[in-house]
Design a protein. Structure first.
Length: 149
């Protein structure tokens, strides 16, 4: 099963609301079960607990600064690796220039090592994930300042 097919399956399960899916063919057997890890408590908001405009202003300013950056997100759930092996140097560091197609990291999912490539030409502004840490689908991995012109 290809990465794209796995991602489509994950999207289907997420959108359908199914709790459990079992697929079996001659070549592959997949059993996926969702767990609801979200707490069932509902928080009550009082007018005093809401942010005041002075608290919101720095957040808005920070978001305006980050809008010219492109976020490269994880295409799957797995373990994030910055280098091909522990002894080797990372694929990229903050401040490195990258071209479209440059290898940025590896995400290991079910013993398959998937190389993640840059979607844009630009400069790595920030690496948002620590090496050898778990990542979720659509989790931001890198901030890239695209090259314009």
């Amino acid at each position: 099963m290809k990465t794209k097919e796995i991602q489509e399956l994950i999207d289907f399960i997420t959108q359908s609301g199914l709790e459990e899916v079992h697929i079996e063919t001659e070549a592959i057997k997949i059993h996926v079960k969702r767990s609801n890890a979200m707490p069932q408590q509902v928080a009550s908001l009082s007018p005093n607990s809401l942010s005041s405009p002075t608290q919101v202003a720095p957040i808005l300013q920070e978001n305006r600064l980050a809008t010219n950056y492109i976020t490269i997100k994880s295409p799957m759930i797995g373990t994030f690796y910055r280098s091909p092996s522990p002894e080797e140097t990372p694929f990229v560091k903050e401040g490195d220039a990258v071209a479209k197609g440059t290898k940025l990291c590896i995400i290991e999912a079910m013993k398959l090592y998937n190389e993640i490539e840059s979607e844009v030409t630009g400069k790595i502004i920030q690496i948002l994930v620590d090496d050898i840490s778990p990542v979720e689908y659509d989790q931001p991995l890198f901030l890239v300042e695209p090259v314009t012109g």
